[in-house]
Design a protein around this ligand. Structure first.
Ligand code: 3PG
Length: 215
């Protein structure tokens, strides 16, 4: 899975966050994002029905890699993996969650924002971490500072990433992808408008191509 995920991220290094509590709407949202060129979806565990939404996307769509975000505990990691999560994202770094995912070779993007947290992630064996909340944790200058000392680490900035700063984050060579909820505005989804979601995904893909021109 790790290799598949890396290949997909290399093509479109953007991970949209999908929330909500209605599995059918979550599936429609995922399909709209895929139509815009994004093949990886993170369903955030912020409602009681979020795992149902993630499972529905995993079962009812094809060609997408689906993971779970806002995973706080080993119990949640266990549940989401059992129900189809192909990767796990946490807002912070908890050793037990990291060890659980590493033992099962499930890619984990654990949140870090300080040198100490990145170093702990490195010591645990993680080589890619989430940088969260990216804009408040120092943005691009902080990422560059962390990257200069942790030369084997890769980062997924998330938190405050939008179309206006996506290109700046992706221009940092250690950035493997950016995550964010700007691609799934609740107002459009609640109104049943999925075309704007596809357009936002397409815009992100274009920004990514410009930020990382193919060699
Ligand atoms: C996360 O869970 O990673 C963040 O809440 C995403 O932040 P954003 O809503 O600013 O994209």
């Amino acid at each position: 899975m790790e290799q598949q995920l890396e290949e997909r991220l290399a093509k479109a290094p953007v991970v949209p966050l999908v929330g909500g509590s209605d599995p059918a709407i979550a599936v429609e949202t995922a399909i709209a994002l895929h139509a815009g060129g994004l093949g990886i979806i993170e369903v955030v565990l912020r409602t009681d029905e979020a795992v149902d939404c993630m499972e529905a996307i995993a079962k009812q769509t094809s060609g997408l890699i689906v993971g779970a975000g806002t995973v706080l505990t080993v119990g949640q990691a266990e549940e989401v993996i059992a129900r189809g999560a192909q990767f796990v994202v946490s807002p912070g770094l908890v050793d037990e969650v990291a060890e659980y995912c590493l033992e099962r070779s499930v890619p984990l993007f654990a949140g870090t924002m300080t040198a100490g947290e990145v170093q702990r992630a490195y010591a645990l064996g993680l080589r890619t971490v989430k940088f969260f909340p990216a804009s408040l944790a120092g943005g691009v200058p902080m990422l560059k500072a962390l990257s200069s000392v942790f030369r084997h680490m890769k980062f997924m900035p998330t938190g405050g990433v939008t179309a206006s700063n996506l290109g700046d984050f992706l221009a940092v060579p250690s950035v493997v992808a950016c995550g964010g909820s700007w691609l799934t505005p609740a107002a459009e989804i609640d109104a049943g408008n999925f075309e704007p979601i596809t357009n936002l995904a397409r815009e992100a893909v274009n920004i990514a191509s410009a930020a990382r021109p193919k060699g």
